[in-house]
Design a protein around this ligand. Structure first.
Ligand SMILES: [Zn+2]
Length: 429
């Protein structure tokens, strides 16, 4: 039986209310956590592979709850534009030229970046979801894949059929948690959303959807339907399913109450919302009202990286600025959004998100023996306000070390960068 013992580190289980444990140990047996806590209480493991984590923090792997990972191919391709022309003139026409192998290499590029930055799970909505998922499986990362369903496409019905087939096929596969991906209320008519709900209910699969990203989207919805996007999703029964709603920037008081009551997961994408000047989600209110909030990077065309440390920082400091309240979204809350709450927002709270015996062993190790992380007054504060993605020295998914000190164990990074650059050149030429 393979046993891994991370020892002499500071263990941050991220269980609610748990304090960091100095001289902590995490014991991993096969794909699961057997123990996480103080060395004094740790079980003996004579045959374990030992990893010395002196000076490091051992925490749950980060959960990127909303991205379009293969959009790494369009990183830096169209910046400093308004959302609609950005989408209609640049992003969507380029995406029309995508081939399945482009998505495969673009996804792998993003997966390399995320594994290096301690991300162990990501929720992805994109075209050619089979190739994107194949890349995730090869890279060893956990993925919640969903194909993107756009109601205005002539073959929307066929795509839903394909999505259903894919979800049914992938359910139960290790490290894969498939979802349905209707793009957004404004791109999906009622009939399509109702069909998605029927399939999702039947297969017990979650739904991943963009919601109320821009002010215009909400205004258009009020004009066309007499209700906000959130009200409309509630009316159509979408929110009675397990839902991950990306963005949720422009919410009314009633919208927030609906999302809290339905237990809808929210994927806050601060970096993307700031860059596209969409606004900033009311994180302090949502937290105070009991919403389930995760963090996402969104795609690389609007961020322009997949760095969850940056997202934690932004969720904290921008919320403080917007509200004029420096106590808003403290470090503990931002870190919880990137781990435990992010897992809950994807319906995976029982499986991942904390270092708890019996859960999947998705773990990140951050090296604090660096000038910008010393002295170590408060590790939670350091992780949110000072740490960077490249402070991660080890990433473990389902008990397997997939990244260790500059080396990705399963992927040839040089090949991935070359293939992705080649695909990007063809797409944008
Ligand atoms: Zn998005």
């Amino acid at each position: 039986m393979s046993v891994l013992r991370l020892e002499h580190g500071i263990v941050l289980t991220m269980e609610p209310g748990a304090a960091p444990v100095t001289d902590g140990v995490v014991v991993i047996e096969r794909e699961k956590i057997r123990f996480a806590g103080a060395a004094a209480q740790a079980p003996g493991t004579p045959d374990a592979e030992k990893v010395d984590c002196t000076g490091c923090v051992i925490l749950p792997g980060l959960v990127n709850s909303h991205t379009h990972v293969a959009m790494t191919l369009l990183r830096g391709f169209a910046d400093d534009m308004h959302l609609q022309p950005w989408l209609e003139e640049k992003i969507w026409p380029t995406e029309m030229k995508l081939k399945p192998e482009d998505v495969y290499w673009g996804a792998l590029l993003g997966i390399c970046e995320m594994l290096r930055g301690g991300v162990t799970c990501f929720s992805d909505m994109y075209h050619f979801f089979r190739e994107g998922t194949e890349a995730a499986v090869e890279g060893g990362i956990r993925v919640c894949p969903s194909g993107v369903l756009l109601g205005f496409l002539p073959n929307a019905g066929d795509l839903l059929g394909e999505a259903r087939e894919f979800v049914a096929e992938m359910q139960g596969q290790p490290r894969v948690h498939p979802m349905f991906g209707p793009h957004a209320p404004y791109t999906c008519p009622d009939a399509l959303l109702e069909r998605v709900v029927a399939h999702a209910a039947e297969l017990q699969a979650p739904i991943h959807i963009h919601v109320s990203e821009t002010r215009k989207e909400v205004e258009d919805s009020l004009k066309e339907y007499g209700e906000t996007p959130v009200q409309r999703l509630a009316r159509l029964g979408v929110l009675d399913q397990q839902v991950s709603a990306a963005h949720c920037v422009h919410l009314t008081h009633e919208d927030r109450a609906i999302l809290v009551e339905k237990g809808t997961g929210i994927a806050h994408c601060g970096g993307s919302n700031l860059k596209l000047a969409s606004g900033f989600a009311p994180i302090p209110q949502l937290l105070a009202e009991g919403a389930v909030l995760g963090l996402g990077t969104d795609g690389c065309a609007s961020n322009n990286n997949l760095d969850m440390f940056e997202e934690m920082l932004l969720a904290g400091i921008v919320s403080k600025c917007v509200t004029g309240d420096p106590t808003a979204v403290p470090a503990e809350a931002a870190l919880a959004m990137a781990t435990r709450e992010g897992a809950r927002s994807l319906g995976l709270g029982e499986k991942i998100g904390t270092l708890t015996a019996g859960k999947q062993a998705d773990v990140a190790v951050v090296d604090c023996r660096r000038p910008h992380l010393q002295p170590l007054h408060n590790v939670v504060s350091h992780l949110v306000y000072s740490a960077r993605a490249d402070d991660v020295i080890m990433t473990i998914v389902a008990g397997e070390i997939v990244y260790r000190e500059g080396i990705l164990e399963r992927v040839d990074e040089a090949e991935v960068m070359a293939k992705a650059s080649e695909a990007a050149r063809r797409l944008t030429s």
